[in-house]
Design a protein around this ligand. Structure first.
Ligand code: SF4
Ligand code: FES
Length: 363
């Protein structure tokens, strides 16, 4: 029986079409065990899933990966989603696109393209992504996006080895006519957790970045929106991860499993239903993984009696697991967690280590 009142329909579906990717970013949020091409679901699977999601009330679809443009059926999937009234967003490295391919995606109804950058100059960016000439290619495609009538977000992932380029990355996004720039400090899941010692910035560098973002955000108001994702380990309040577990988002993996968040399969003991086997609505409303941390009934202290428990929903379950060893614990990012001081000390000590080598993400 369903333990909670029926949830509202999900707002968004994250469609992870593939784990394949030409880049090898050391902060990739994909799981350490990547799925191979033979495990990917076919076009009909995704078409059926999109139709089910539309019937369920999903309004936005994010085509993601890995690198979603590796899928030859991407334009057909976008056309299918937009014909059903969904707003389609593409999250891409852009290095495999050209003008004809981008035009085909625009013709299919794609509304928004989100392009990641790894730095402000080619040498830095190509080293971090471990992909030669990737930066130049990204800029070429980013310039085309507004020309073809789509909205552009530049996603600048920042960390110790590129944070000194933050002002230049903001200038770059502005020069590309981006509607939005997301400056996101690395979130330590998947490969990023493995590379934490090479990525985590010092507190001083984080505070300097904070001030730069505040100043440029004010200066660019009305021209370009700057969203800012702070580094969890230096925060005092946890983020409302996924907008609350099982409340806003469905994440479908390349092999068709439906997850409450992209990192949920790092949590031992959760079982994930497969789309196409059970109706998507049943998975969303009653799936055991969705039910596990939905609402507040699962919370321990201090969350259980906290006034903010329905504001941040206790933070991030995957981070609680990786830092506290218990996915049901209060996210140690929260200043009320007994582990909070320890996490901040760990961040400060790792950030001062002289560690630059990356373990690149490889399939
Ligand atoms: Fe959020 Fe829990 Fe911290 Fe309260 S104790 S602020 S609910 S994480
Ligand atoms: Fe899984 Fe935050 S990344 S709940």
């Amino acid at each position: 029986m369903n333990a909670h009142p029926r949830p509202a329909p999900p707002l968004a579906l994250m469609a992870e079409l593939t784990h394949r990717c030409p880049l090898q970013c050391p902060y990739c949020s994909n799981p350490l065990e990547l799925l191979k091409v033979a495990q990917e679901r076919d076009t009909q699977f995704w078409l059926d899933l999109i139709a089910e999601a539309a019937n369920l009330g999903v309004l936005q679809i994010h085509f993601s990966g890995g690198e979603p443009t590796l899928r030859p059926d991407l334009a057909a999937l976008i056309a299918h989603a937009t014909a059903r009234g969904m707003y389609a967003n593409l999250i891409t490295s852009a290095v495999l696109l050209n003008e004809d391919k981008l035009q085909a995606l625009a013709d299919a109804g794609l509304g928004h393209v989100q392009i990641s950058i790894q730095g402000a100059d080619p040498a830095t960016a190509d080293r971090i992504g471990n992909y030669k000439n990737g930066h130049a290619k990204k800029l070429e495609i980013a310039r085309l996006v507004p020309k073809l009538g789509m909205s552009l977000t530049i996603n600048a992932v920042v960390h110790r080895q590129n944070l000194d380029q933050l002002p230049a990355m903001i200038d770059l996004a502005e020069s590309l006519n981006a509607d939005r720039l997301e400056v996101a400090h690395v979130q330590y899941h998947g490969w990023a957790l493995r590379n934490r010692a090479a990525l985590i910035p010092t507190r001083e560098a984080f505070e300097a970045a904070d001030a730069i973002v505040a100043e440029r955000r004010a200066a660019l108001r009305g021209k370009m929106v700057i969203d800012y994702v702070v580094p969890d380990y230096y925060a005092a309040k946890p983020k409302t991860c996924m907008g609350g577990w099982g409340q806003k988002l469905l994440n479908v993996t390349p092999d068709g499993r439906v997850l409450p968040c992209h990192a949920a399969d790092s949590i031992p003991g959760l079982e994930f239903e497969r789309a196409g086997v059970l109706p998507l609505q049943e998975i969303w409303e009653q799936g055991s993984a969705f039910e596990k941390f939905r609402g507040t009934g699962w919370m321990q202290e201090p969350c259980a009696s906290c006034a903010l428990k329905e504001a941040d929903w206790g933070g991030c379950r995957c981070q609680a697991l990786s830092l506290a060893g218990n996915a049901a614990a209060t996210d140690p990012v929260c200043h009320l967690s007994p582990l909070h001081g320890e996490i901040q000390r760990l961040a400060e000590s790792e950030s001062r280590a002289d560690h630059r080598e990356f373990i690149y993400r490889r399939l």
